[in-house]
Design a protein around this ligand. Structure first.
Ligand code: URA
Length: 232
């Protein structure tokens, strides 16, 4: 990879900015100052320094975001802010959201630049379940729980069995689904003559939203988190 591209990819500035750095002699590759942006570097093996500080090579990124309302789960949008705009670092690594949450849904959203990881979580054949906390217009009934277990009929057909349970608060419930149809939870509640007022994703498989993350905050996934995701 060209040295200017490498530096830009690692977040050190735009291509123009890193060319300026190079010109000023601030960049060294394996202890030799390099001024040409065309210098080729092997990302995994060469050591690159800016002002004497080694540039850490980051290739793949895996983040957990506590998505706030009002953000679109997409990489760009003409009208609304996107979840990617919440991620200050790593935008240069072509990150994207793993699946979608509606604009007005909050909670656990994974962000990555690894297509394979995305596929593992999102491919319906992998059956990774997703759990949502719901505040609904009416309190759920035991019949609702049974209906969800049997499979709610939507326009596409009968949904797979979903686990519905009471929350501690009135009108609060938790629902676990193993598909990801458009507006699925909202439409399932609508089908039982109820309406979702607030929706928040609290887990993906065994991975729970970190309670230490405020809305709009994110952190890297840990080895523990990956283990929980692999348990499916
Ligand atoms: N189901 C919905 O209706 N909306 C979401 O954002 C996620 C699941």
């Amino acid at each position: 990879m060209r040295l200017d591209k490498y530096l830009a990819n690692m977040g050190l500035g735009t291509r123009t900015e890193v060319k300026q750095m190079l010109k000023k002699g601030k960049v060294a590759v394996n202890d030799k100052v390099e001024k040409s942006p065309k210098t080729q570097v092997q990302a995994e093996t060469d050591r690159v320094y800016v002002d004497g500080q080694e540039v850490q090579f980051i290739d793949k990124v895996y983040l957990m975001l506590n998505k706030p309302k009002g953000y679109i789960s997409a990489t760009d949008d003409d009208q609304h802010p996107t979840v990617i705009e919440l991620i200050d670092d790593y935008q240069y690594l072509d990150i994207f959201p793993v699946g979608r949450l509606d604009k007005d849904t909050e909670g656990l959203l994974l962000i990555t630049n690894d297509g394979q990881f995305n596929h593992q979580i999102m491919n319906p054949s992998k059956h990774v379940s997703k759990t949502y906390e719901v505040i609904s217009e009416k309190t759920i009934t035991n019949d609702d729980i049974k209906s969800f277990k049997k499979g709610i009929e939507l326009s596409e057909g009968v949904m797979k069995p979903a686990e519905l349970s009471h929350g501690k608060l009135d009108k609060q419930s938790f629902v676990t689904i193993s598909e990801g149809k458009y507006h699925q939870v909202k439409r399932m509640f609508h089908a039982i003559d109820n309406e979702v007022l607030v929706l928040k994703r609290v887990s993906i498989g065994d991975l729970q939203l970190d309670s230490g993350l405020d809305l709009g905050e994110y952190r890297h996934l840990t080895e523990e988190d990956f283990k929980k995701l692999r348990q499916n």
